[in-house]
Design a protein around this ligand. Structure first.
Ligand SMILES: [Zn+2]
Length: 121
């Protein structure tokens, strides 16, 4: 049985695949994945792959970063509404991206960790 965990999600990100889960009861999409639907409570879920494209819904610039991202400072964080309709936040790799811009998923890999990011499409 597949477990819908952050670890499984990160394993997919390492392979440059953006996946979440879809509730088979109500169709609700979740990203990152959760073990149960946060809309109807069902545990009848399945993996759902996203194409990684979307539109920036919100943008913030972080001036005081996490230690491991200090050399990227300042950097942006965006909330992206994916083409599939679900919103997800990630780091922004292109400064000229703004609200309303089309972006695509990128994958920031650091040693054995990976973080979702977005760049101009
Ligand atoms: Zn549901």
């Amino acid at each position: 049985m597949t477990e819908y965990t952050v670890k499984a999600y990160k394993d997919h990100l390492m392979n440059e695949e953006l996946v979440g889960v879809e509730c088979k009861s109500c169709g609700h999409l979740m990203l990152p994945p959760r073990p149960l639907c946060n809309k109807c409570g069902s545990t009848d879920l399945e993996w759902r792959r996203y194409n990684g494209g979307g539109v920036v819904a919100a943008k913030t610039v972080i001036a005081v970063p996490l230690t491991r991202f200090q050399d990227r400072c300042p950097y942006g964080v965006v909330v992206v509404t994916l083409d599939e309709g679900v919103s997800v936040s990630g780091y922004l790799l292109d400064e000229d991206v703004d609200v309303g811009s089309r972006v695509e998923a990128a994958y920031m890999k650091e040693e054995d960790d990976v973080v979702l990011a977005f760049k101009a499409a």
